[in-house]
Write a protein that binds this ligand. Sequence first.
Ligand code: SF4
Length: 320
Amino acid sequence: MTAVMEAKGLSKHFQARRGLFGGSRGVVRAVDEISFAIAPGHTLGVVGESGCGKTTTAKLVLGLEAPSGGSIQFEGHDLATLDTPGQRRYRKSVQAVFQDPYASLNPRMRISAIIAEPLVTNEKTEAVEVRQRVLELLDLVGLPERSADLFPHEFSGGQRQRIAIARSLVLSPQLVVLDEPVSALDVSIRAQILNLLRNLQTRLGLSYLFIAHDLAAVAHMSHEIVVMYLGKIVESGEARALALEPKHPYTKALFAAALPSHPDERRDEPVLQGEVPSPLAPPSGCHFHPRCPHATARCAQEAPRLRAVEGRFVACHLFD
Ligand code: SF4
């Protein structure tokens, strides 16, 4: 199956100043030689603690950041080498839904104009057709036709996220980047939005890059998952198997920390032992070794390579 999008050895390094008063500059390897592919109609979930590189990965895929190394392949071509029409096709084919539906909708625009904006900007379309497309999309995301003439403040958080989803679909994309799409919403609304996203995926054959710190949501939504730690992929594989039986000590800790101690308790951000090290000075060898219960002397010296282990990929010396 040809991937909708493929990242090969993708990196994003930032120059950063050390310390409060500047001084020598360091390099933050926010994303460090990661590779993944997103199949048509599939969801790839990306998990990891804050600062692991999830958001930078999303920005690279959306073309909001240029890679420092590696490539993103779209329709078999490197994004960096696409001509102008190719780049336009890519921008239309890859859309996004962000965390905060309050911030992402212009409060002074009517819903019809908000949803239609990408269409009006990118394509010459008759006003009647634009209106028709807006009404189609409102129906698709479960909102009544009269919503078209209202303003964002007249909607709840969940309804606003439905509007943001409708807007992301107006150009008929192949891939939608979902960056924490339900974390700003009430718990009671989250399942509805996730179900809507799954239904839309089935109906439209969409692919998703799903980024969230809610591991239960990622496991529920994704076909494949990649686990990131300090810019690197430490484990990847089929979502259900990875969530039920994680192999890498970091994945294990992440999923164990996400389990509530009481069924009524809901934890959003998994809390692991120890702090995430500074990305300016990551630990030597395996970056996870200061927090790993299985670390040996070798782990502090030698970085483990991602290798195939029983149908998935794991970067850990325990699996050499
Ligand atoms: Fe732990 Fe060593 Fe594996 Fe890193 S390589 S996860 S420190 S056992």
